[in-house]
Ligand binder design. Sequence first.
Ligand code: HEC
Length: 297
Amino acid sequence: MQMGSVQFAKAAALVAAGVIGVVAILSRPLPLEAQNNSESIQQLVQQGFAIAPVPLNLAGKDPNLVGLGSYLVNAVGDCNGCHSSGTPASLFLYPYLAGGNPYFGQPQKIDPSVYLNGGTSFGSVGTPTGPKGYGGPAIITRNLTPDYTGQAEGGHTLTQFIDIIRNGHDYDQVHPNCTPTQIQEINAGETPACIPTGVVPGTNFDNIPNGNLLQIMPWPTFSHMTDYDITAIYEYLSAIPCIDNTLVPGPAGDPNELRNQCGPEPIATGVQAKYANRSSKALRSGWAGLGIPGVVK
Ligand code: HEC
């Protein structure tokens, strides 16, 4: 049976409409690629300011970057979902204020006192070995708040920050791979701060994480962000309040990694003693500037 010309015209029109629809969907700009679309990016900036859960210090900062950074941190990247110790009141499980836990069906209220202070433990990632089945130190999220100078992320430069997000570079070297000597220590029952690698017992799986790289941290995904987006996150992280996390222990390779000295400056002798076991990256560099040996890794 032949299709009537009217039906054919309708069918052709439907196909054409379908093609136009597909083209329209494909050519619609995605929000994160909308940097040339000033209207869309302004919406992200405004939304970023609306959802920032802490007061922001905008002095000397580019508000467009801070707003976009807040959007990426608080609406997309879930940085606080991992990089918070959680509140003592919630047994360190949730970063929400009492009565503000969305998982309990409550209206969301993020606790500013543990916002991006670090401290969630993800356990070990190495190959279990030795008498205790040791798999390396627990991988623990770091403090992302600024140091006392206001430099973002505990005193990292923008160049370092881009390198961290792009390449997973662990500047703190908290958990390098175990040396043969350290493997011997593990077999003798010790627990050095290094990642043992090898075949997972009972399998053929070679578990060979590179301990010089950040583990768990989703940098392989974040690495696809543009320089502009990463710079926006950095600018935002320099605008949030400093938190000197004293709530939870830091990673084993660097027990002070979560500590962030928030002031005062300059560092007095007494303060050095007080912070001797809880120095931040910034504090260490401060000490380095004072020529005090043994505190810079
Ligand atoms: C799935 C959990 C998770 C999420 C989500 C996450 N991180 Fe991380 N991040 C980690 C862990 C775990 C580490 C420490 C890894 C290690 O020790 O090997 C880390 C480390 C880092 C470091 C290195 C810190 C330092 O002092 O060297 C930076 C910077 C960082 N994260 C930034 C971010 C930002 C920004 C976001 C959001 C855009 C984010 N992270 C989201 C888990 C996460």
